[in-house]
Design a protein around this ligand. Structure first.
Ligand code: ATP
Ligand code: MG
Length: 714
């Protein structure tokens, strides 16, 4: 037997060696599906069934494509050129460029990003006299994307898929949008597949070109394909039917992006006689990790059903740890110090991952890792302080602290849009240069001396006045209140609230997290200094870094040690997901938990906090119901915090609610006389958790955190 086949089990070998005809590998996490696909590729080459460019391989992410390329390289002992290996989008873009004229484009067409897409749609809506306040352009964008995911061009939308957006004008707007794209020689992301599928359907020559070219088709993470992707695969494979898809229904986590698990069932219908292969040995995880994951996912209904047993020789291992911590800070400390110990013990950091449910969670870990000097990377996203909405808010704060900060001024002067255009900014720049003063001061002068007219003048005057007010707020009520006020009054928060794109809720969560982070500092300059240090620290040398990413981004990956923080009701399962999709979403959340646990090879450490800081102070957190769904005999509990277990009665409208209760009452009682470093002596007039309202003798009423004051009445 050839070397590369030797390491496979019989079922895997079967999946590799059944080269002709349709094959569906349906198997649980870590059973070697991706490995089968890579080996199959090598097998096709080495047995001379195909040249590299005759195999079409679809991965779910660019990262996965890179990894597969590397695995192939290792397996074959040399790099392979001319591969058709990549994501659906990347592959379609390449095909479309070759036949661009046939869809009315030229081969150098551009691919719009979501910003451009949005702007274009808005223009089109305005031209059609549609009130974009009532009918937000983003909602139309989502609708169009949905149609594209299902493969509908304008004019092809069936009645039951139509939309009542803008009184039924959505389809006409869709058409206008597509026409406009064409006249710009541009496509959006969804078009890559849509136009390609349509071309394959209508142009026999193109279809036969690609059908003959790709003698074999390989698809990873098949459970997460959407309809239009499925059509594309079906068209390309229709001739020879040499298509091999691997997937796991339990890992379908992208239904919110249009993925259709039914594609698995369709496969057997559209490719009759397809060989279905099941892999049952998991080679990734130890027995306890596997048992925990299997037990959990068994709570889902309507699964296709699979058996999974440990395939590793050293399968017995440590139990899955469940750590109860007091709050998110303790969680960050616990995880960072555990990571540090592993690092000290010469474990590779690249084998350690922290997998979060929501992007905002990374902030606490990032700061802690930074303090300990542990290199990390955020996979598939930006570091917390580099995220757009955080940079915007920081620009506001910087300008608040330092009016001469020109970069900050430029960033926010027209954010949200206030009608301060390039012309106005040119005037400001010229004045600033001429007088050798900062932009902010130049604007002040121009406004005061009639340098601007009409509405623009009022807008800028309003903005300057707001800043003056926010500075006052900062001085009187501290940075947290100032930030909350300015986010609100500037319209910045409203901008994201009105935004209907899928990223918007995450951005709002990040902004809330920024407020929480700021609450740990007494002054704004201290905080800004901290942020600069944290962000400067950036490019830590070397490749050996800990990985942090969302659970969604972790699909297909594996790590020796996996931390799974934040297993609390509301956070995970995620309340927003539950609100939107009910029981179906709960099952998807559970699949996400399954994906998370099964990323671990040796150690899985789940944690949950007894309380979380929120806008309104502290909130008790209830441990995730998923913890109750893990097999007790595979777990080891530890941690400092006493928490109440998840119980069904905590339900409102079918969903659990976070129990609200002051988590830490201040030791300082009402009426106490206190001393504050900055504000001097005063008397406590209200107590809310650990926040005190104090009437200071010289500086008036203020709200402060109790840890910044001392009692002085005894
Ligand atoms: P996922 O569902 O998470 O994508 P998968 O089914 O694609 O998982 P792989 O990533 O291909 O699984 O394999 C999981 C791990 O098991 C890898 O480290 C792989 O090298 C190893 N593995 C796969 N098959 C075998 C085998 N027959 N013997 C030993 N190790 C194997
Ligand atoms: Mg895989």
């Amino acid at each position: 037997m050839s070397d590369y086949l030797a390491g496979l089990n019989p079922a895997q070998r079967d999946a590799v060696e059944t080269t002709e005809g349709p094959v569906l590998v349906l198997a649980g996490a870590g059973t070697g599906k991706t490995r089968v696909l890579t080996t199959r590729f090598a097998h096709l080459l080495l047995t001379k069934r195909a040249f590299p460019n005759q195999i079409l391989t679809v991965t779910f992410t660019n990262k996965a494509a890179r990894e597969m390329r590397e695995r192939l390289h290792r397996l074959l002992g040399q790099p392979v050129e001319g591969l058709w290996l990549g994501t659906f989008h990347a592959l379609c873009a390449r095909m479309l460029r070759r036949f661009a004229e046939r869809v009315g484009l030229t081969s150098d067409f551009s691919i719009l990003d979501t910003d451009d897409q949005f702007r274009l749609l808005k223009q089109i809506m305005e031209a059609a006299h549609i009130d974009t306040k009532r009918w937000p352009a983003n909602a139309l964008m989502t609708q169009i994307q949905r149609w594209k995911d299902k493969g509908y061009l304008p004019g092809q939308i069936p009645a039951n898929e139509s939309s009542d957006f803008a009184n039924g004008k959505a389809e006409a707007l869709y058409k206008a949008y597509q026409d406009r794209l064409k006249s710009l020689n541009a496509v959006d992301f969804g078009d890559l597949l849509l136009l390609m599928v349509n071309l394959l359907k209508t142009d026999a020559e193109v279809l036969s070109t690609y059908q003959r070219m790709f003698r074999y088709i390989l698809v990873d993470e098949y459970q997460d394909t959407n309809l239009v992707q499925y059509y594309w695969l079906r068209l390309l494979a229709q001739g020879h039917k040499n298509i091999c898809c691997v997937g796991d229904d339990d890992q379908s986590i992208y239904s919110w992006r249009g993925a259709e698990i039914e594609n698995i069932l369709k496969f057997e219908r559209d490719f009759p006689g397809a060989k279905v292969i099941r892999l049952e040995a998991n080679y990734r995880s130890t027995a306890p990790i596997l048992a925990a994951a299997s037990h959990l996912i068994a709570h889902n209904e309507g699964r296709l059903g699979k058996t999974l047993h440990p395939g590793r020789v050293d399968a017995d291992g440590e139990p899955v740890e469940v750590v109860a911590v007091w709050d998110s800070e303790e969680e960050a400390r616990m995880i960072a110090s555990r990571a540090e110990s592993l690092w000290r013990a010469k474990h590779k950091l690249s084998e350690v991952a922290i997998l979060v449910r929501a992007g905002f969670q990374t902030r606490a870990f990032e700061e802690r890792l930074m303090v300990l000097g542990i290199p990390y990377r955020i996979v598939g996203g930006l570091r917390f302080y580099e995220r757009q909405e955080i940079r915007d808010a920081l620009a506001y704060l910087r300008l608040l602290a330092l009016p001469a900060y020109d970069l900050a001024f430029e960033r926010i002067v027209n954010l949200p849009k206030r009608g301060v255009g390039e012309g106005a900014m040119r005037t400001v720049h010229e004045a600033a240069r001429a007088m050798n003063i900062p932009l902010y001061a130049a604007t002040q002068k121009l406004v005061a001396e009639g340098g601007f007219k009409g509405k623009l003048r009022e807008t800028l005057r309003g903005l300057l006045e707001s800043f003056a007010r926010w500075r006052e707020e900062l001085a009187l009520r501290g940075p947290v209140v100032a930030l909350e006020t300015l986010l609100d009054e500037s319209g910045y928060l409203a901008m994201w609230k009105a935004d209907k794109s899928p990223e918007a809720p995450g951005r709002l969560e990040n902004l809330k997290e920024l407020v929480r982070a700021l609450a740990d500092f007494e002054t704004l300059p201290q905080f800004l200094e901290h942020v600069s240090l944290v962000t400067e620290n950036e490019d830590q040398a070397g490749d050996d870094k800990l990985s942090m990413m969302t659970l969604h981004g972790a699909k297909g990956l594996e790590f020796d040690t996996v931390f799974l923080p934040g297993w609390e009701e509301g956070l995970f399962p995620n309340q927003r997901a539950l609100d939107e999709g009910g029981n179906k979403s709960l099952e998807e959340e559970r699949r996400l938990a399954y994906v998370g646990i099964t990323r671990a090879k040796h150690r899985a450490i789940i944690s949950h906090a007894a309380r979380r800081k929120s806008y309104a102070g502290w909130q008790d957190a209830i441990p995730s119901r998923f913890l109750d769904e893990l097999p007790e005999n595979m777990l080891r509990h530890s941690g400092s915090a006493q928490t109440q277990p998840y119980r069904q009665p905590h339900m409102s409208a079918g969903f659990p609610v976070l129990a609200k209760r002051p988590a830490r009452a201040s030791k300082i009682p009402l009426g106490a006389r206190v001393f504050h470093q900055k504000f001097g002596y005063g008397r406590v007039i209200a107590v809310e958790d650990d926040r005190l309202d104090i009437d200071f003798e010289t500086s008036g009423e203020k709200r402060v955190l109790d840890r910044f004051v001392e009692r002085h009445d005894t």
